[in-house]
Design a protein around this ligand. Structure first.
Ligand code: C2O
Ligand code: CU
Ligand code: CU
Length: 434
């Protein structure tokens, strides 16, 4: 990639096999032969042209640019499928100010959950032309996925429990590996971009023997760094951190327990997993520059002209053919032929996401970044600790989240729960921007 120019790449989705267990081949899906797919890094100001080749046998697919400000007809929506065996070019510009930690994944109607858990996802980092974060920190994307293997090494289909709660795998992988190792000098600082690319696993994360500072959210840098002890990443959320390694020995990224509301038996125990191990040497690094005190200004989106209310509910009913589940927004399941909301380009809107269900639902909106204003639960209102650009926010059970958003480009945009099994079962709608 140049510093402003044309960024061209080719992404081929195709079947392959992977060795997660000695002596067993697991059929997976890959972009360009790897899972996660290749890290795409381009600069603000670039024009991007990516040729997508769908070589998945018998299945349509798309490439969706999660969180990126791309035109609606280039965004890999379910309405624009790429047939098995076909190619298409996705083309868009990366505007100034769009630097951030995005990702790409398929979004075909009725098949997103399966194509993602079989291996299709990759990181797309848009780099700033003038980046305030010292280059000495490096820049590493860590994509979390999770994997479930049957006894024969294959990936089993979704069960009833998976459809209800979302599919949670048995092994959390980081860039496709279990508990990979990094090595740093004593006193080193590292810029890490954490991606929750799992279908449905909530990751409450802490670093032992290292200090975390948040510098960015889904849509790029915060205004100022914020020191934290832990972070909750719901499915599809990202965070950009600077991690300081000031103690020799092993620093580990581990999971803490988080109760996201689980229906039925088999709640996975999430606590105490080690996801990443960093070996901190005894020999000191060359002195690292401090994290800058100001990162960039974020202008508040301002007074909304319109307000919307989206109520998330679940329905479970026993009927003669078995359990019937519905995951609904405003009482309706997704219909590709229906427009749920009509919005105007350039107009600020207040969206109130009301979760009346028994479990958390991470809310995601395509095409733009939003600002969370407040959370309300049991009549108690709380503000987020800092202003941030987000495209995904967890709406905990019983909670209402208010956010402001503005779509700049016309066209149909999806909004949905990013537990991909819920999205597939109907918890999705279309906003038509005019
Ligand atoms: Cu990450 Cu509608 O998608
Ligand atoms: Cu998206
Ligand atoms: Cu959900």
């Amino acid at each position: 990639a140049g510093r402003s120019g044309l960024f061209r790449a080719r992404l081929t989705a195709e079947a392959a096999t992977a060795r997660f267990v000695e002596g067993q081949d697991t059929p997976i899906l890959t972009y360009n032969g790897t899972s996660p797919g290749p890290l795409i890094a381009a600069y603000e100001g670039d024009r991007v042209e990516i040729t997508f080749a769908n070589r998945i046998e018998g299945e349509q697919s798309t490439v969706h640019w999660h969180g990126m400000p791309v035109p609606a007809d280039q965004d890999g929506n379910p309405m624009d499928p790429v047939a098995a065996g076909a190619d298409r070019v996705y083309a868009f510009e990366l505007p100034g100010g769009s630097a951030g930690s995005y990702w790409y994944h398929p979004h075909p109607h009725g098949r997103t959950s399966e194509q993602v858990y079989r291996g299709l996802a990759g990181a797309f980092v848009v780099k700033a032309k003038a980046d305030p974060i010292p280059a000495a920190y490096g820049d590493t994307a860590l994509m979390f996925t999770d994997l479930r293997l049957a006894a024969d090494g294959s990936m089993p289909d979704n069960t009833m429990t998976d459809l209800m709660n979302g599919r949670v795998g048995d092994h959390v992988l980081v860039n496709g590996q279990k508990n990979p190792k990094l090595a740093v000098a004593l006193g080193a600082k590292r810029r890490l971009r954490l991606y929750n690319a799992t279908n449905a696993r909530f990751l409450r994360l802490a670093f032992a023997n290292a200090a975390m500072t948040v510098i960015g959210s889904d849509g790029g840098l915060l205004e100022a760094p914020v020191a934290i002890d832990e972070i909750l990443l719901s499915p599809a959320e990202r965070v950009e951190l600077v991690v300081a390694f000031d103690k020799p020995g092993a620093a580990t990224l581990t999971t803490l327990d988080y109760d996201r509301g689980w229906m039925g038996p088999g709640r996975p125990s999430d606590a105490g997993l080690t996801l990443l191990t960093v070996d901190v040497a005894n020999t000191p690094a060359e002195a690292m520059p401090p994290v800058p005190e100001r990162l960039r200004p974020i202008a508040p989106l301002g007074q909304p002209a319109v307000s919307r209310r989206l109520v998330f509910t679940e329905t479970m009913a026993m009927n003669p053919t078995g359990m019937e589940m519905g995951f609904l927004i405003n009482g309706k399941a997704f219909d590709m032929a229906r427009v749920d909301i009509v919005a105007r380009a350039g107009e600020t809107e207040l969206w109130e996401i009301v979760n009346q269900a028994d479990m958390d639902h991470p809310f995601h909106l395509h095409g733009t970044q939003f600002q969370v204003i407040e959370h309300e639960r049991d009549g108690k209102v709380s503000k987020p600790p800092y202003l941030a650009w987000k495209d995904t926010v967890n709406v905990a059970r019983g909670e209402t989240v208010r956010l402001v958003t503005r779509q700049e480009r016309p066209g149909a945009r999806m909004y949905h729960c990013h537990i991909l099994e819920h999205e597939q079962l109907g918890m999705m709608g279309i906003v038509d921007v005019q």
